[in-house]
Design a protein around this ligand. Structure first.
Ligand code: NAP
Length: 290
């Protein structure tokens, strides 16, 4: 899809972070963009901003992607407005923290609802339109931890493994109909992802978001630029940095050594979490005393 000017794009999770950057980069390339998230104010503001800056058409669709009915309605709203959908970017997602064997079932289901079932439902709704157009690109935002397990983030990792599997299958099934499926595997990216992640550890759920520092990684604009390039070239699988690519390769080539690294990472993450918990409890005690 070399020429993006005038194309119709839908980006989920466009209220902040990577999704907002992808929506911006697509608008800059001349696409008309539908922005999807639950935070209505944020997507309306970005939609106005993109209209003014780039002279494209935009719509803001407040949607809770964990409700599959709303996912189908979101695609229909785009078809109603523009009569077609050229680019679907399944970006929205959320993390979940906790030991795999200790995760609460409802937390795990909620994570899979947004990270896995919503992208699949969006593909289900979008593909018939792309098929009748004879063209389309679907971008699924996975993760490097969909390539190797993330200790204490196993629920998140598993949801990305599932999305990676679905992406590969859909790519093979849809290629002959000129519909490309691009899997993007970012590594650490500078967003508020951690602050919005679920904590599924019995007794500390109420710490939600209190003790997470923002992630320090690559800037979202870099991810967005790479995504736009991948859409133009209809690429298969995309990494953002050489480090991301090497760490995935290392996990595949040296599984024993990699597992030793994961054990060390688990110990460090446990220590950091215990420290956060202690500080949060102390802060709360101080506030109560005041
Ligand atoms: N940051 C990283 O280091 C990193 C690394 C690898 C992969 N990723 C992936 O990149 C994607 C974007 O992450 P990010 O870092 O930009 O995180 P973020 O800043 O937390 O943004 C997440 C986006 O998803 C939306 N969202 C979450 N739940 C939703 C729901 N139920 N319905 C509708 N929208 C929902 C949020 O909007 P509302 O809250 O307004 O609904 C927000 O726009 C995710 O798929 C994530 O797994 C991130």
């Amino acid at each position: 899809m070399k020429e993006l000017r005038g194309r119709i794009a839908l980006v989920t999770g466009a209220s902040r972070g990577i999704g907002a950057a992808i929506a911006t980069a697509l608008a800059e390339a001349g696409c008309h963009v539908a922005l999807v998230a639950r935070s209505q104010g944020a997507i309306e503001k970005l939609a106005d901003d993109l209209r003014q800056r780039y002279g494209v058409e935009t719509i803001a669709l407040p949607v809770d992607l964990s409700d599959e009915g709303q996912v189908a309605a979101m695609v229909e709203a785009v078809i109603e407005r523009w009569g077609r959908l050229d680019i679907l970017v399944n970006n929205a997602g959320g993390g979940i923290y906790g030991d795999m064997a200790g995760l609460r079932s409802d937390d795990l289901h909620a994570t899979f609802a947004v990270n896995f079932f919503a992208p699949v439902a969006a593909m289900y709704a979008a593909v018939p339109h792309m098929r009748s157009q004879g063209d389309g690109v679907i971008v699924n935002i996975g993760s490097i931890v969909g390539k190797f397990p993330q200790p204490l983030g196993g629920g998140y990792s598993a949801s990305k493994y599932a999305l990676h599997g679905a992406s590969g299958a859909a790519r093979a099934e849809l290629k002959s109909e000129n519909i490309a499926v691009v899997l993007v595997c970012p590594g650490l990216t500078d967003t508020e992802f951690a602050a919005h992640s679920r904590i599924s550890v019995p007794g500390v759920e109420d710490m939600q978001g209190e003790r997470h520092a923002p992630l320090r990684g690559v800037p979202v604009e870099r991810v967005a630029r790479r995504v736009v390039k991948a859409i133009r070239r209809r690429e298969r699988e995309v990494y953002i940095t050489l480090f991301d690519r090497l760490i995935v390769l290392g996990a595949q080539l040296f599984p024993g050594l990699f597992e030793w690294g994961l054990l060390q990472a688990t110990k460090i993450r446990r220590r950091r979490f215990a420290e956060s918990r202690r500080q949060t409890t102390d802060d709360r005690r101080t506030k109560t005393d005041d």
